[in-house]
Design a protein around this ligand. Structure first.
Ligand SMILES: [Zn+2]
Length: 306
């Protein structure tokens, strides 16, 4: 089977912090692993105290270079950048600036992403949970755009963006759709306890205080073993020089300890055409034919809002 998986991410660096080791593993196993990045990340600030200052107007170009280096580290087969303007982090949706991604009418990016989905014909798509995974407006938008694009991709009557490759391709239904779960409770708890036991300190202490709501969440439906690909994930993270502090949170747990305690990345099923046997070890589990369709009903369309 030609396995094809497409990741949809909001900003440069999200591909490295969510599912990067899984993506690298699938690359090495011969799957086609495609990345779509929706915004340029130009609203980001320099978050790494050891990185040089970057003028705000140069941030987009800087992050494009960082993304290219991270893509090389992970080994994505193909990448697409849709080039929307980063909305910046705002807790109040009214503060999101006009002209930024989260203020773009949903179907505009969805019609472009749908064309890419038809072009790439992935059996599996990975995006964010409905709440974004954390409340960045671009992450919430990323989920909504992905789900709408998947509806349009399989709808023979949909009017897709003509300037995007795949707009004229045959409708395509993605068999399995996942949300990446970066910090499943099991992972945080396992790493936190292991760090306390080994060093008496844990980089997750503050996280547990701020994000305790997340600990009540469900276990991931899929746990992909990818400890052997943590170096590739780390190299990708470090490629985002302005965003990732090599001495900071992302590198707070020694690699060998992480590999011993939790050598997985977790994913939640958003929808699946095939039976899900939990916990899955493989995002392609249950998909058998090359078309990636569990049932031969190409015309099947999911519930549509509005
Ligand atoms: Zn992001």
């Amino acid at each position: 089977m030609n396995r094809r998986i497409l990741f949809v991410h909001a900003h440069p660096d999200d591909e490295s912090s969510k599912g990067a080791a899984t993506a690298a593993r699938y690359v090495d196993e011969g799957a086609e692993v495609v990345l779509v990045t929706l915004t340029g990340g130009e609203a980001g600030e320099v978050l790494n105290p050891s990185a040089a200052a970057v003028a705000p107007e140069d941030m987009g170009a800087t992050r494009a270079r960082e993304l290219a280096a991270a893509v090389a580290a992970i080994g994505f087969t193909r990448t697409y950048g849709l080039g929307y303007r980063d909305s910046g982090y705002h807790e109040n949706p009214e503060d999101v600036p006009e002209g930024s991604f989260a203020r773009t009418p949903l179907d505009e990016p969805a019609r472009r992403l749908a064309a890419i989905v038809r072009h790439e014909r992935p059996q599996v798509v990975v995006t964010y949970p409905e709440d974004g995974g954390y409340p960045h407006p671009d992450h919430i938008m990323c989920h909504a755009v992905t789900m709408r694009a998947l509806e349009l991709a399989e709808d023979p009557a949909a009017d897709l963006d003509e300037d995007t490759p795949g707009a004229d391709a045959a409708p395509w239904r993605v068999a399995k759709v996942y949300a990446s779960g970066v910090f499943p409770a099991r992972r945080v708890t396992a790493l936190h306890e292991a760090m306390l036991a080994h060093t008496g300190e844990s980089p997750f202490a503050e996280w547990l205080e701020k994000r305790s709501d997340r600990l009540a969440g469900p276990d991931p439906d899929a746990l992909v073993e990818c400890g052997d690909w943590f170096e590739r994930r780390d190299a990708a993270l470090l490629a985002h020089v302005t965003q990732i502090d090599p001495d900071g949170f992302w590198f707070g747990v020694p690699r060998d300890l992480e590999r011993e305690v939790f050598p997985y990345e977790g994913f939640h099923v958003l929808r699946s055409d095939v039976e899900v046997v939990r916990p899955e070890a493989d995002l392609f589990a249950g998909i058998e034919d090359d078309d990636g369709r569990a049932a031969p009903d190409l015309g099947h369309v999911t519930e549509r809002a509005g």
